[in-house]
Write a protein that binds this ligand. Structure first.
Ligand SMILES: [Zn+2]
Length: 234
């Protein structure tokens, strides 16, 4: 690791830390504010499933904190214990956001399908791309022209990760917009103060996806500059 890498990654690292702190603080603040409707995340999810025409969606528990998710393959909404049980603004916001994904799934929302299609590419891409870049560089330094080509191919494979982070952003922002709409349509969230709280929790979560995108892009740019430097050596 050289200094250029640090220069590239320090801003991404700081943004990731800030985003994660912001999520925890928004979640803990609005996790203590009860919703005037008095319902928990689990009850909100039940109401939204009925109101949103999502009857095929099952609700199950999941271990951990902020681990809530919707699985399009099994049509299961996984709620963490604190979201399921707490009658707070934060719990309701999180449950509604995940059901926003369920609604995207039910309607065949294209960006969600694109993201799901990219998943296998990303899990292989990030490690394989990195290995190819390293092998390519090694060969190039050993004087083999083929090395530079292999390294560029590695960059291409690696860019799948940045593409995934890019595809994730509209999916997440759209799920949050759907959550806000579902919550006001069903009257679960009615007054301005509660809407503001839901917005704070959802925006904090969105920031973590922005941080992931910035990290992926900076990492990619670093690899591009490294491999481009390789070409200039000859
Ligand atoms: Zn989401």
């Amino acid at each position: 690791m050289n200094i250029d890498y640090l220069l590239c990654m320090v801003p991404a690292f700081l943004l990731t830390i800030i985003a994660s702190w912001y999520v925890k603080s928004a979640y803990s603040k609005w996790g203590k504010v009860p919703a005037s409707s008095g319902i928990s995340g689990y009850q909100a999810a039940q109401k939204l499933i009925a109101a949103g025409g999502l009857q095929g969606v099952q609700i199950e528990g999941v271990a951990g904190t902020l681990t809530d998710n919707y699985d399009p393959r099994t049509k299961v909404l996984h709620l963490s214990q604190s979201v399921a049980q707490n009658p707070s603004i934060a719990s309701i916001a999180v449950a509604a956001h995940e059901l926003g994904h369920a609604q995207q799934d039910a309607q065949g929302y294209f960006p969600l399908r694109l993201r799901s299609a990219l998943v296998p590419m990303v899990s292989i891409g990030s490690s394989l791309g990195w290995i190819m870049i390293m092998i390519g560089m090694f060969l190039a330094y050993a004087g083999m022209t083929l090395g530079t080509d292999i390294a560029w191919l590695g960059v291409l494979v690696f860019s799948g990760g940045a593409l995934f982070a890019l595809a994730t952003l509209p999916v997440e922002l759209n799920a949050s917009a759907r959550a806000r709409r579902l919550l006001s349509e069903t009257g679960i969230i009615s007054n301005y103060e509660e809407q503001r709280g839901v917005g704070k929790v959802l925006n904090a979560a969105a920031l973590t996806y922005v941080a992931a995108l910035v990290t992926a892009i900076l990492q990619l740019l670093y690899f591009v500059s490294m491999v481009a430097g390789l070409g200039r050596r000859r």
